[in-house]
Unconditional design. Structure first.
Length: 288
């Protein structure tokens, strides 16, 4: 849905209004699509990858099956960079305070694959909230994790607030889940929903500058929720031209409105700012 929203605007701002074909690949938001763009796609400047930020974590953690280098992608832009994440537990567990959550041992936290966005968020929450022997249960899709949580198969999960409010608003407004903390992205902005606005931000639990830097790196990867990119070896004139066209449509009001209706809150970031908030650069800028 998100990619389909982008296509007519990208076509509009490229002279000649070329035909743009969307190729759907199973698992195409992560390493499979990144590998395809990096190793398989014809290097003629005509293939653009639409990837999730999970490709960053997978590469940084050197996960198996990664055959790309995030430092060798050319980032064109992203329509989403407001991506607040929260951690929550089933109300039946009675863990309605941080003290009770920390006292509980062996909390089962559901997530997608290792390196996925929700997995990284869950690990950050578990570390900074000092959870006792948490167990990470992976392999779910986002919808499957919702069902597993409802059925008591898992006790907790981390997810972005847009998905929670869109799919399970009653969890928030009827108190079906207990919400504990937030990873605010961008940090300077309070969440508009009052339940999330009052949650503690996890960087506040960091005890050292190194831990703060770790938290910022995690937040930086969350900012690039949906990336458009080229391989660095694509023709220079092609990617520079496409980057300018992406900047045009990202700032179009009608695009913002249509993207909002089909997906998450729209808060565009151009290619230059993607580079600035790249996780490795976030760490380097602070000397870590």
């Amino acid at each position: 849905m998100r990619v389909k929203t982008v296509v007519p605007y990208l076509r509009k701002y490229i002279p000649g209004n070329p035909t743009i074909v969307v190729e759907f690949i199973e698992g195409g938001g992560g390493r499979r699509a990144a590998n395809h763009v990096f190793r398989t796609a014809n290097p003629d400047g005509l293939t653009v990858g639409a990837l999730s930020s999970s490709v960053i974590g997978l590469n940084v953690m050197r996960e198996t099956g990664v055959m790309y280098d995030i430092d060798k992608f050319i980032y064109l832009g992203t329509p989403v960079s407001e991506n607040h994440n929260v951690i929550y537990t089933r109300r039946e567990l009675g863990l309605n305070t941080l003290e009770k959550l920390r006292a509980a041992s062996g909390i089962r936290i559901g997530a997608q694959e290792v390196g996925a966005v929700a997995y990284i968020s869950a690990r950050l929450f578990a570390y900074f909230l000092d959870l006792k022997a948490p167990k990470f249960v992976t392999g779910y899709s986002s919808l499957e994790a919702d069902v597993a949580l409802t059925n008591g198969e898992i006790d907790s999960r981390a997810n972005n607030t847009t998905s929670v409010l869109r799919r399970n608003r009653e969890w928030v407004e009827k108190g079906i889940m207990d919400f504990h903390a937030i990873l605010a992205v961008p940090k300077a902005e309070k969440h508009p929903h009052p339940r999330f606005a009052q949650l503690p931000e996890i960087e506040g639990f960091a005890k050292t500058e190194k831990e703060k830097s770790c938290c910022r790196c995690g937040a930086a990867s969350e900012r690039q929720h949906r990336l458009s990119c080229y391989h660095r070896e694509r023709p220079k004139t092609g990617w520079r031209f496409c980057k300018m066209r992406c900047a045009r449509y990202l700032t179009t009001r009608s695009f913002a409105r249509n993207f909002r209706s089909s997906s998450a809150t729209m808060f565009p970031v151009d290619a230059g700012r993607i580079g600035e908030s790249h996780p490795r650069n976030a760490a380097r800028s602070r000397g870590h």
